[in-house]
Design a binder for this molecule. Structure first.
Ligand SMILES: *Cc1c(COP(=O)(O)O)cnc(C)c1O
Length: 382
């Protein structure tokens, strides 16, 4: 048995050690963290639904009806009427034949990639794709070919050289940068090369496109362009879990083959009831997306005036690149001293030399919250 401590000490010395904070309040802009009030700009609760009373009430009603546990995997006896109804509503929302619920986005990505590809096949990905897509490709046994971020010439080369069944998998909105994948170009490339296009829209659904239908809707694309869509429920939906939406044949294939679907317990049915309520709000309340857009526009104007270099992001994910991990930590500490919580994002979550503050906005943020953030950013001004 090796001594685990030297590696931990080394991570600490490299400013890469990670520590959890203990929240004493619900997930919302105004948090209590370890007993102290902090204004948060780092959650993925983009629409402010994680503590919405209507969603909580649906959760309660679900608990009263269904109890707390689902009892087993979906294929044994864990698939309730509530799960089933949510799947139908998600299929309708995304304009696809079927949707299939998963316990997390990580598991959904493992399911898709390992079910569609295996040894002799090729998975092509953007270098900044989410870790779960990369792990999924590794687990599948297919060859993993990555291309430089949003470099379409490089993506084309990868596709031209690919063997076997080919899956081109990308984040719709890149999670740490907030920019979009050029989905129309990727859809063209995939169709020219007979490849599947899969979009992981964890940060686009609920936020982008008419009715919150996500990155594909933002570009006017549909299931013909990207036959595999993955969405998570723990971000804009404010609950937990994930889904894959696609054709009847795709969903049946996942049910038959995907080990991360078959061998895991179904989410609580009550959570499916809560998510049905949040889906309804997400579709109906356009003002939440308008609110986000105006917060983002005001933030970008204010930060640019202070001389910060902004990324090419029009989404609620707005990184300020610090470079060194140590600098990102120092920035985060300076904000925290002023009552603002933005955790530093460091390698390996982001490439070396690009440690950052990943500032995110929620429709629940008020104008005075943004004023407070901009005032605090003065202390980090370049
Ligand atoms: C959060 C995220 C996931 C994982 O989803 P979970 O439900 O949190 O496991 C997958 N892909 C992307 C792009 C994400 O941001």
């Amino acid at each position: 048995m090796k001594d685990l401590r030297p590696a931990l000490v080394q991570a600490q010395q490299g400013h890469l050690y990670r520590r959890r904070r203990v929240l004493d309040s619900p997930q919302q802009p105004r948090l209590v963290v370890e007993g102290r009030p902090l204004l948060s700009f780092c959650s993925n609760d983009y629409l402010g639904l994680a503590a919405d009373p209507r969603v909580s009430k649906a959760f309660h009603r679900g608990l009263e009806h269904w109890g707390s546990g689902s009892g087993s995997a979906h294929l044994v006896s864990g698939h309730s009427r509530a799960h089933h109804a949510l799947e139908e509503e998600l299929a309708d929302f995304t304009g696809r034949e079927r949707a299939l619920l998963f316990s997390s986005g990580y598991l959904a990505n493992l399911a898709v990639v390992t079910s569609l590809c295996g040894r002799g096949d090729t998975v092509i990905q953007d270098k900044l794709d989410h870790a779960s897509l990369i792990d999924a490709a590794r687990l599948s046994g297919a060859g993993l070919k990555r291309y430089a971020h949003n470099d379409m010439a490089a993506a084309r080369q990868r596709l031209a050289a690919a063997r076997g069944e080919v899956l081109l998998a990308v984040d719709g909105v890149f999670s740490m940068d907030g920019d979009l994948a050029p989905l129309p170009e990727l859809a063209d490339l995939a169709s020219q090369h007979g490849a599947w296009l899969m979009v992981d829209d964890a940060h686009g659904l609920g936020v982008l496109g008419a009715g919150g239908r996500g990155s594909l809707a933002h570009f006017g694309l549909d299931a013909d362009h990207a036959p595999v869509l993955m969405g998570t429920l723990g971000k804009a939906f404010g609950t937990a879990g994930a889904f894959v939406a696609g054709s009847e044949a795709l969903i049946e294939t996942l049910i038959q083959k995907a080990r991360s679907y078959i061998f895991t317990t179904a989410l609580p049915a009550a959570l499916a009831e809560a998510t049905r309520a949040s889906l309804e709000i997400l579709r109906a309340e356009e003002w939440r997306r308008e609110r986000l857009a105006s917060l983002v526009a005001r933030f970008r104007r204010g930060a640019a005036e202070m001389g910060f270099k902004l990324s090419a992001s029009a989404t609620p994910v707005q990184p300020l690149i610090a470079g060194r991990a140590q600098t990102a930590l120092a920035w985060s500490r300076l904000l925290e001293e002023q009552g603002i919580l933005v955790t530093a994002i460091r390698p390996p979550t982001v490439p070396k030399g690009s440690a950052r503050l990943r500032i995110t906005f929620s429709a629940a943020h008020e104008d005075r919250d943004l004023d407070q953030l901009l005032a605090a950013l003065e202390s980090l001004k370049p």
